[in-house]
Design a protein around this ligand. Sequence first.
Ligand SMILES: Nc1ncnc2c1ncn2[C@@H]1O[C@H](COP(=O)(O)OP(=O)(O)OP(=O)(O)O)[C@@H](O)[C@H]1O
Length: 279
Amino acid sequence: MAENQILSLTGFSLHYGPFQALHDISFSIGKGEIVALVGESGSGKSTIGRAINGIAQLSRKVRVSGEINFDGRDMTMFSDKDFRNIRGRRMAMVFQDPTSALNPTFTIGKHFAMLTPNVPREAVSGLLREVLIEDPTRVISSYPFQLSGGLNQRVTIALALSGEPDLLIADEPGTALDVTVQARTLDLMQKLVRDRGTSVLLISHNLGVVRQIADKVLVLRKGRIVEGGPVKSVFSNPRHPYTQALFAAIPSISRKDPASETSLGDLEDEACYLHGDAG
Ligand SMILES: Nc1ncnc2c1ncn2[C@@H]1O[C@H](COP(=O)(O)OP(=O)(O)OP(=O)(O)O)[C@@H](O)[C@H]1O
């Protein structure tokens, strides 16, 4: 694995029982790079995120082959204990529904204390302020149900970043939230990871957001990568008919003319719509 990479998958395949969900997946993420994974529902995006995190392999029905290399170590050889040692620390995950990632019986402060026991309370407050939480003392002593969805999502981002991970896997972050809150959350996440040099695998349906914040994009279809490259070139010149169809399926484009080909201007409109309301 090249020195400037944090993660690389080589010929990685995954079966759920008899069903092959991933076929021969190969890609890499550079240090500090944001790589987006796009594709229709069921194409295998979450499965890739869950396999990198080791969660998918917890099921005895799951079989994997090929290689996942994280910072020089082949994770396909990892035991669950090995995964537990890096999860939340070297590698963290942010999910689409913040409440599912938080334990309803724990205060926010306890979540931080359990994940990063050595991080002092002042540092936790500082981190919460960084995710634009104005009143960290109140939030630290609150339970998730006492906070709004947007606040909980920002708490999960702060939690994910508290262990100073090298890699953040963001699986449709904020999709369960209002569209403006989602856009604001993603803007914030992008700023924080850029400041820290954290690498990100961003799983998203939202091509406007992907175009706005990712460096590279991989297009997944039925468990195979059909196209990938720098965001600029894939968006300006989508080669695969599936990528062209995905772009054409963006609502603002199909509203204008369902038969028309995708144009960059339309994608910009979509991105502006999402971010313009974000304040
Ligand atoms: N635990 C599982 N057991 C069996 N099949 C599964 C399991 N999880 C996912 N699959 C199947 O694997 C394929 C890929 O699913 P996955 O959730 O990774 O897709 P996705 O692209 O993330 O979809 P979405 O955008 O809807 O989240 C789908 O056909 C799905 O039905």
